[in-house]
Design a binder for this molecule. Structure first.
Ligand code: CA
Length: 235
């Protein structure tokens, strides 16, 4: 499976942003750009990029605020790219959840190498990441068809709603790992939905009714009491 990673470039200087986009596109990445902090937050919550390149000096807010915001609900890799070269700036960014820090001016091979490393790192922590984006997830009669946006149980379409499908495909993406309810809510409905557990409870109950033979004795989605839930490992 060859998936093009989507990289969000958060940078207010058009020439730097354009240059990075050209380099990344030439190297097989898809790119999106944001020139302000608020544009960045809108793009991050609506598109969930695979990696974020983050300038700290933005016109409307400090990039550090974006770091904190993203880290509240997502493990998306973030590389800070900044003219600030003091050790204390790097430490602050890394402490706030940045995966790496590049000082401007930087070389394109360095940028590409660090992007590859950051993406490889997410790959190793999320071994099923590729399955989630296309192809199929299969486990004991359950099939998530990511291309058709369909879930089948023993060959029968489970007729999930869009929210139910999103829930199952997220769990399939992280199969075998326990996801907290907070994480699921934020991944599916964005950070603003964070206090609303009701949507998740309803969707979880309906999903289980549709895919589990006996929702009280689940075969596919297990509840880890007090923590969250997890999808069975794939076949
Ligand atoms: Ca700037």
């Amino acid at each position: 499976m060859n998936i093009r990673e989507r990289i969000l470039i958060v940078e207010d200087e058009a020439n730097i942003s354009g240059f990075m986009a050209t380099v990344l596109n030439a190297n097989g990445y898809e790119t999106m750009t944001a020139r302000t902090g608020s544009e960045a937050i809108t793009t991050i919550t609506s598109h969930c990029p695979d990696l974020i390149l983050l300038d700290l000096g933005l016109p409307d807010m400090d990039g550090g605020g974006i770091l904190t915001f993203v880290r509240e609900w997502s493990a998306c890799p973030i590389i800070v790219i900044s003219a600030r070269s003091h050790e204390r700036d790097k430490v602050a960014a890394l402490d706030a959840g940045a995966d790496d820090y590049i000082v401007k001016p930087f070389g394109t091979s360095e940028l590409l190498a660090r992007i590859r490393t950051a993406i490889r790192h997410t790959r190793t922590t999320l071994p099923n990441d590729d399955i989630a984006q296309s192809g199929q997830f299969r486990a004991q009669g359950l099939v998530i068809d990511y291309d058709k946006h369909q879930v089948l149980v023993n060959g029968e379409n489970a007729h999930l709603t869009q929210n139910e499908y999103k829930l199952v495909s997220l769990l399939g993406k992280y199969a075998g790992r326990v996801l907290t309810y907070d994480f699921i809510i934020r991944q599916l409905w964005g950070p603003k939905a964070k206090t609303d557990n009701q949507i998740l409870r309803v969707n979880m109950a309906n999903t289980r009714r549709k895919i589990e033979e006996n929702p009280a004795q689940p075969r596919y989605i297990f509840t880890e009491i007090g923590v969250g839930c997890r999808m069975i490992d794939p076949d």
